[in-house]
Design a protein around this ligand. Structure first.
Ligand SMILES: Nc1ncnc2c1ncn2[C@@H]1O[C@H](COP(=O)(O)OP(=O)(O)OP(=O)(O)O)[C@@H](O)[C@H]1O
Length: 679
C-alpha cells in the first residue's frame, strides 16, 4: 500500500540549530538550461538541493570547528561539501578527508567528484581503501574508508596532514567510525593545545541522533538541510511476510512485468549465499517470461572490488538491471538508473553477549534509520519507489537507530588497535556510546590470553607480540596464528588458510546440485576438518593454475580464489617486514592444526557425553554446522572460526585439535575449563 509519509519523521530540533529550508519547487534556480557553455554535470551540481544553501553553509562552516550536518539522502552532502570547502579555500593548508564506512562508497564517490571537478582520479581527488591507494601529491580531496584513516592515525595521531575531516554516514556507527570519533576529537584538542593548524571536524548523515552527536562533539551546532530533490513513494505489504525471499522474487517480477526496462531495481538482502541463490532463480525465470531481458548483479562485501563496481555500469539498452545487495549499498552510493528499491527489512549483523562472551552473526530486522537509507537509494536522479516487504506496523516497531557495533561485538580487536594508537587508558577511552565495562574487560582479557597485552600495576600494556599483531589488518587470533606459524614451519599453509577465511566463501553450493557438489568435494575432504579441506582445494586450484573449467567442475568460486591470492600476497609482505622466516610443512598438516589450536584456542569446543558440544570459553551449547566436513563425525575437540545463530548456535569452519595442544597453548586457562579426564 502506498504511504503518505515519504520522508523520515520530523526530527527534534535543538535550540541554536541552523536551518536551511530548501524550496522544493525551485531546485534548479538561476540555471540557464540551454544555449550556453554550462555542461550537464555542472547543471546537475547546481540542481542539487544543497546548492541553494551554499553561501550560508560556507559561512557557517568557515567559522565552526565542529559541525553536525543533517540532510536528506541525495541532497548533495557527500559530493558537494568537500568541493564547496575546497573552492572556498577552507582547509587549503592540508587535505580534506571524507570517510566512508565502506570501500565501494569511497571509490565510487571519489570517481564522481573527480568527474564533477573534471580531473583525473588520483590527482586533485583521490581515494584510499584497504589494499588500494589512488592518491598523489596533488590530492586535496581524499575519500577513504574510516578504517584507513584509523590506520593512518597509528603513525600520525594528530592527523597533521589533514585540515578538515568529514565523517560521513555517521549513523552507521561501525566500530571503526566510533573509534575514529574519539581519535579525531583527541587530535583536534591536542592540536589546539600545541598551537598547530586547527582541525575542522564535520559529521554528516541523513539519519542520526543529533543530540548525541552534538553533545559528544563539544556541543557543536547542528546544521539542518531540509527538503529533497526527488520524491520517493513508500509501499508496505498488507500482511507480514513469512518468506521475505519469496516476497522479493515476486516483487521483482511484478515490477519487471509492469515498468519500462530502463527502470532498474535494487534489492536489499542479508548475505552472499542468499543473494547468489536468488540471482540464479531470477536468471532462470527471466529466460521464461515474455517481459524482456534482465541482467542480475550480485553485490556483497567479499566480491572482488572490480566485480563490486559492475553494479555501476548501465545495463544494455532494453535490458533491466536488477542488483541484489547486502547493506553495502545502503548508504552513500548513487547507482544510476535505480528507480525501485525493494527492502526485505532484514540484515545480517553481529550480536555479542558480554556475559557469555559469545559473538554471533545473525539475521535480524533493520533499524528505521537503515530502512530510510535503503529507501534513499531510489529517487536520486528522478522520483523513485521503495517497496518494503513488511507492514507499516512492523516498520513502526523497528528500533529507531542501529545499535552501535561497538556495543555488540567482541572488543579485542578494538582494544588492540587503541593500544597501537598509543591511547593511554584504553579502559576509559572517550567513546560516544560506551561499551559495557564487562565487554571492555572481556576484550582485554581476550588479548591477555593471546599474549598481546600484559597488566602491570593496574595498567594494560601492549607486549612485543601484541605490537606485531597490530601490524596485521586482521582479527587478533588470526594475526597470532600467523605469527606463530614459523615455530611449526607452516607459514605458507597458515597464510593460505587465513586468506581463505578472510575472503568469505570460496566455494559455492547450488542447492539444486547437492549430489554433484558432494561428489566433487569428496576429493578434497579431510577428516582433519574444514581448514585442511580448504587448504587442499586451494592447493589443487593453484596446481591447475586457476583453470576456470576446473573451478566450474569443482564448484569453486574462481573470482574469490583470485582475491585470496591478493590477500595472501599482502599478508606475506607484512610478515617479511617483520622479518619472519616463512616456510612450508608440505603434507604434514598435523603441524598446521597444532598451530591453529595455539592461535585460535579461544574458540574451542568439547564433545559432551550426550553427543552435544559446549564452547569451552563460555560453556554455551553449540552445534557443528551441516556445511562442515566434520558434521557426520563426533571429534572430541575442535576449534571453530565463527558462530552463526539461526535455529541454534552453529560453529562454522572447524578444525580437529588435540586436547593436549589446547593445554599447551594456554595451560592455566584450559586447566580450569577442560573436561576433568582430559585436564
Ligand atoms: N555516481 C553518480 N552518478 C550519477 N549521479 C550521481 C552520482 N553520485 C552522485 N550523484 C548525484 O548527486 C546527488 C547527491 O549525491 P550525494 O552522495 O552527494 O548525496 P548525499 O546527500 O550525500 O546522500 P546520502 O545521504 O544518500 O549519501 C545524487 O542524488 C545524484 O543525483
Amino acid at each position: 500500500m502506498p504511504n503518505d509519509h515519504d520522508h523520515p519523521p520530523a526530527k527534534k530540533f535543538k535550540p541554536g540549530s541552523v536551518f536551511f529550508r530548501l524550496d522544493k519547487n525551485k531546485p534548479g534556480m538561476l540555471l540557464p538550461r540551454k544555449g550556453n557553455a554550462t555542461t550537464p554535470i555542472e547543471v546537475q551540481r547546481k540542481q542539487l538541493p544543497i546548492y541553494q544553501a551554499k553561501p550560508q553553509l560556507l559561512n557557517q562552516l568557515r567559522q565552526l570547528h565542529n559541525a553536525i550536518l543533517i540532510g536528506e539522502t541525495g541532497s548533495g552532502k557527500t559530493t558537494q561539501i568537500p568541493q564547496y570547502l575546497y573552492e572556498a579555500g577552507i582547509g587549503r593548508q592540508g587535505l580534506i578527508a571524507i570517510t566512508q564506512p565502506r570501500r565501494v562508497a569511497a571509490i565510487s564517490l571519489a570517481g564522481r567528484v573527480a568527474e564533477e571537478k573534471r580531473t583525473q582520479l588520483g590527482k586533485l581527488v583521490g581515494y584510499t581503501v584497504r589494499f588500494e591507494d589512488v592518491t598523489s601529491s596533488e590530492t586535496k580531496l581524499k575519500f577513504m574508508t574510516d578504517g584507513m584513516l584509523l590506520r593512518e592515525a597509528i603513525g600520525d595521531p594528530l592527523l597533521l596532514r589533514y585540515t578538515v575531516v568529514v565523517l560521513d554516514e555517521a549513523h552507521e556507527r561501525t566500530v571503526h567510525t566510533d573509534v575514529l570519533f574519539g581519535v579525531v576529537k583527541t587530535a583536534q584538542r591536542r592540536r589546539r593545545e600545541l598551537n598547530k593548524i586547527p582541525l575542522k571536524v564535520i559529521v554528516m548523515s541523513a539519519t542520526m541522533d543529533v543530540d548525541l552527536f552534538s553533545e559528544y562533539f563539544n556541543k557543536s551546532p547542528v546544521l539542518y538541510l531540509e527538503g529533497r530533490q526527488h520524491p520517493i513513494q513508500i509501499y508496505y505489504t498488507k500482511h507480514p511476510q513469512s518468506d521475505y525471499l519469496q516476497a522479493a522474487l515476486v516483487t521483482i517480477f511484478q515490477i519487471h512485468q509492469e515498468a519500462p526496462p530502463s527502470h532498474d531495481i535494487l534489492v536489499f538482502m542479508t548475505g552472499q549465499e542468499e543473494i547468489e541463490a536468488l540471482a540464479r532463480t531470477c536468471r532462470d525465470i527471466a529466460k521464461h517470461v515474455p517481459d524482456g531481458p534482465m541482467v542480475v548483479i550480485p553485490l556483497y562485501a567479499s566480491l572482488p572490488p572490480a566485480q563490486q563496481l559492475r553494479c555501476f555500469q548501465p545495463a544494455p539498452k532494453g535490458c533491466r538491471k536488477v542488483i541484489l545487495s547486502t547493506n553495502i549499498a545502503e548508504t552513500s552510493v548513487t547507482i544510476s538508473g535505480i528507480k525501485f528499491v525493494i527492502d526485505t527489512g532484514m540484515v545480517k549483523a553481529k550480536r555479542f553477549n558480554p556475559d557469555s562472551g559469545l559473538e554471533v552473526l545473525a539475521v535480524q530486522r533493520v533499524s528505521k534509520a537503515q530502512a530510510w537509507q535503503r529507501a534513499g537509494r531510489a529517487g536520486r536522479e528522478e522520483s523513485g519507489s521503495c517497496y518494503r516487504l513488511y507492514t507499516e506496523n512492523e516498520f513502526d516497531s523497528l528500533i529507531p537507530m542501529t545499535v552501535p557495533e561497538i556495543q555488540r561485538c567482541n572488543l579485542a580487536s578494538v582494544m588492540l588497535q587503541l593500544m597501537a594508537l598509543g591511547v593511554p587508558d584504553v579502559m576509559n577511552f572517550d567513546f560516544m556510546s560506551k561499551p559495557s565495562p564487562e565487554a571492555v574487560r572481556s576484550g582485554v582479557d581476550h588479548l591477555e590470553l593471546l599474549g598481546a597485552v600484559e597488566r602491570k600495576e593496574g595498567q594494560v600494556f601492549l607486549t612485543t607480540l601484541g605490537k606485531k599483531m597490530a601490524s596485521f589488518p586482521l582479527e587478533p587470533r588470526y594475526a597470532k596464528t600467523i605469527l606463530l606459524s614459523p615455530d611449526y614451519s607452516c607459514s605458507d599453509e597458515i597464510l593460505s588458510i587465513v586468506s581463505l577465511l578472510s575472503v568469505d566463501t570460496v566455494l559455492y553450493n547450488p542447492p539444486a546440485k547437492r549430489e554433484e557438489v558432494l561428489a566433487a568435494r569428496k576429493k578434497f575432504s579431510s577428516s582433519e576438518g574444514d581448514h585442511i579441506t580448504l587448504l587442499n582445494i586451494y592447493r589443487a586450484f593453484k596446481k591447475v593454475g586457476g583453470n576456470k573449467e576446473w573451478c566450474r567442475e569443482n564448484f569453486v568460486n574462481s573470482r574469490n580464489m583470485g582475491l585470496v591470492k591478493d590477500v595472501q600476497a599482502q599478508l606475506r609482505d607484512i610478515c617479511l617486514k617483520l622479518n619472519m622466516k616463512l616456510g612450508s610443512c608440505g603434507t604434514e598438516t598435523g603441524n598446521v592444526r597444532r598451530c591453529i589450536a595455539h592461535g585460535m584456542f579461544v574458540n574451542a569446543a568439547e564433545l559432551q557425553p550426550d553427543g552435544s558440544y559446549l564452547a569451552l570459553d563460555t560453556h554455551q551449547p553449540v552445534s557443528i554446522h551441516p556445511s562442515s566436513v566434520l558434521f557426520q563425525g563426533k571429534p572430541a575437540y575442535v576449534v571453530f572460526n565463527e558462530l552463526l545463530h539461526t535455529s541454534r548456535c552453529y560453529m562454522r569452519d572447524l578444525c580437529l585439535v588435540d586436547a593436549d595442544w589446547l593445554l599447551e597453548a594456554a595451560p592455566e586457562y584450559f586447566g580450569r575449563k577442560l573436561h576433568p579426564s582430559k585436564s
